[in-house]
Ligand binder design. Structure first.
Ligand SMILES: [Zn+2]
Length: 300
């Protein structure tokens, strides 16, 4: 059963009043979205990209999702959160972000990033930052996510095959890869901030730890996306295809996402991107990237 809760992110008292009235639309969408942003801000998390999403663009719901903490459905701009993220698992309203596990906050941001990318493709947001990310995404989709290598068996990372993706598949592969990075970055940041041994640590120590963890995640090929194949024969074999580590997120993508979405200063974002492997595989026939660096390509 899907329970639509317009007041999902409202304060406790608001929800009790409106839920009792049996009117899920009692709170205007703008108020709900504002509460989510207020909570994220109170938790010291990035909010500028959320403010570029029009308040009435996304519908928030709770549901019993079994496997996932959250899902985003671009076809009707719906953000569905697992009931376990709601207070007392009652599906009424979101727990304060400080009560969510770091991994859950990461998942929430993964899905919020999908909402932002949805705004970008829907042309619902018209800020200079949104246009910059839209242009960059369009370029990367063609030069990095159309000719790709996949791992047919997820557990065997060294066994790869080449694929040429359709426009929809390549957009999904890019969107997922970037959302995986955003979720990972938020998870890692929240975890470091809550670490009692790091509580007195200077920011520079936490930033150094972030870079070290990124270097490791990059080296181990953790930051990869997936797509759902369009062709029936391919779908019959696998509902999802995961990109190979050769097509994991690149340093320039990380740099742009850190400044445009995660609100890192330019110099720090460059520093972070330098902690990654710089050279990336370029498959024959793939066009070169036009915008913001080419991620120094080398033949496979
Ligand atoms: Zn996703």
């Amino acid at each position: 059963m899907s329970l639509i809760v317009a007041a999902a992110f409202a304060f406790y008292t608001d929800v009790v009043v409106h839920a009792a009235a049996g009117d899920p639309a009692a709170l205007p969408a703008a108020t709900t979205w504002e509460h989510l942003i207020d909570q994220a801000k109170a938790a010291g998390l990035p909010t500028a990209f959320l403010r570029r999403i029009p308040a009435d663009f996304v519908t928030l719901e709770f549901d019993d999702l079994h496997a996932y903490a959250a899902e985003y459905h671009p076809e009707d701009h719906r953000l569905v959160l697992n009931q376990t993220l709601s207070f007392n698992a009652a599906g009424g309203f979101l727990k304060p972000l400080s009560n969510l596990a770091p991994r859950e906050v990461g998942t929430l941001y993964h899905e919020l990033f999908h909402a932002y990318m949805d705004v970008i493709v829907s042309n619902a947001g018209s800020s200079a930052q949104s246009r910059h990310l839209a242009d960059f995404a369009d370029d990367r989709r063609q030069c990095r996510y159309q000719h790709v290598m996949i791992t047919p068996i997820l557990q065997r990372k060294t066994s790869t095959e080449v694929r040429f993706l359709t426009d929809r598949e390549s957009w999904e592969a890019l969107n997922e890869t970037w959302a995986v990075f955003i979720g990972w970055a938020i998870w890692t940041t929240v975890e470091a901030r809550r670490d009692p041994t790091k509580r007195r640590a200077r920011d520079s120590v936490i930033r150094a730890q972030f870079r070290a963890r990124l270097a490791k995640a990059d080296r181990e090929g953790d930051l990869v996306g997936y797509y759902e194949p369009e062709q029936d024969e391919e779908r019959a074999i696998a509902r999802k295809r995961y990109l190979a580590s050769s097509h994991r997120i690149t340093p320039s993508e990380v740099r742009i996402l850190m400044t445009d979405v995660l609100e890192f200063p330019q110099l720090e974002a460059e520093h972070v991107a330098k902690s990654m492997e710089q050279r990336r595989v370029l498959l024959p026939g793939a066009p070169s990237c036009r915008l913001d660096g080419d991620d120094a390509a080398s033949p496979p």
